[in-house]
Ligand binder design. Structure first.
Ligand code: NAD
Length: 319
């Protein structure tokens, strides 16, 4: 069986690329990215025997995928990400991400490929203790253009249900290291600043608010589960390793880095809501989450503690 991974240089995509050999039924993997995020280094030291081939392509362009044939599965990661900067980049993000998805849908329909689409738990904003996939549309309150676009993507896919086999996973915020790791998201950003002895900026309202997090290892486990079990239900599933408050995340960081500095800041993305996201639906389907965020935090701090790297970063940041 053949797999196409879009956005393969990114944080999630590059982790999947490194681990894809663990899904035995995948014999060949085609990697696509437009290098929008300038992460060519994700391709360094890839082992040839893994049967991977990289193509520099912009998925938002019509016909960009025409040369790929006999693709059984697509993991679609190509997206402009970073929720916080999405306020300034709304139009660009909308155009890119929606066009990418529409082209992927067209490709999957034509080639009868099964599609894994990644949404985000940031579509939730309901004032409730626990939110799950049955949450009524009127209670979905995305707090950023990034999350609004995710909801639009989910709705586009739903309309294609008759013509396409797909699954949407609403991922919690990713933690953990990969070749294409990025540091926009909560856990990684906190670790980055902690490692460099910089102040960790915390949104004023966020300290005791629960949010869902997903370890990269569990994210991969989810893709593996979906492909191995042919789990393409044309439906939406929350995917997270656990719900934590920022305070709890900081405590985890402190286990490995005693002294950290915190600064409370404001952000457009802030809100008053604290909620747990339920992952019961996917667990009932048979997926087992095994990862611990503590290990991701330990690995990330260790990665950043590399002496040469740290020296270089300290020079860049003029510390
Ligand atoms: N990282 C998280 O915390 C998180 C959480 C929930 C959902 N997601 C979703 O998972 C998916 C992957 O996220 P990620 O963290 O790996 O993001 P990322 O920003 O690290 O990677 C995205 C990749 O897509 C590429 N890309 C963007 N536009 C493209 C285009 N037009 N053509 C080809 N490639 C293009 C970029 O160059 C980049 O390498 C995204 O849809 C993201 O919204 C991520």
């Amino acid at each position: 069986m053949n797999l196409l991974i879009t956005g393969s240089l990114g944080h999630i995509g590059s982790y999947v690329v490194e681990n894809i050999y663990k899904i035995k039924k995948i014999k060949k993997t085609f990697l696509v990215d437009n290098n929008e995020s300038n992460r060519f280094y994700s391709l360094f030291n890839l082992k040839e025997k893994k049967n991977l081939k990289f193509y520099l392509k912009d998925v938002s362009k019509k016909n960009s995928l025409d040369e790929f044939k006999n693709i059984n599965y697509v993991i679609h990661c190509a997206s402009i990400t970073d929720a916080e900067s999405s306020f300034e980049r709304k139009d660009e993000m909308f155009k890119n991400n929606i066009k990418c998805l529409k082209n992927i849908i067209k490709f999957c329909k034509k080639n009868k490929s099964k599609l894994i689409h990644i949404s985000s738990t940031s579509v939730y904003g309901k004032q409730a203790e626990i939110v799950d996939e049955t949450c009524e549309n009127k209670f979905l309150k995305p707090q950023s253009p990034y999350a609004e676009i995710k909801l639009i993507e989910e709705r586009i896919l739903k309309k294609e249900s008759k013509n396409l086999k797909y699954i949407t996973f609403r991922f919690g915020t990713i933690a953990g290291i990969s070749k294409g790791i990025r540091f926009h998201t909560a856990v990684n950003k906190f670790c980055f600043n902690a490692a460099l002895n910089r102040k960790i900026n915390i949104y004023k309202t966020a300290l005791n608010q629960y949010r869902p997090y997903l370890s990269l290892e569990d994210a991969f486990r989810t893709f593996k589960f979906s492909i191995e079990n042919d789990f393409f239900k044309n439906d939406i599933y929350n995917v997270l390793s656990g719900n934590y408050t920022v305070y709890q995340i900081l405590q985890k960081i402190k286990r490995f880095k005693k002294n950290i500095k915190i600064k409370f800041v404001s952000s457009k993305i802030m809100n008053q809501l604290s909620y747990h996201v339920s992952n019961k639906k996917i667990k009932q389907a048979g997926l087992k989450f095994k990862s611990k965020l503590d290990r991701d935090i330990k690995d990330t701090l260790k990665l950043l503690n590399n002496k040469t790297f740290k020296k270089y970063l300290i020079e860049i940041y003029d510390l």
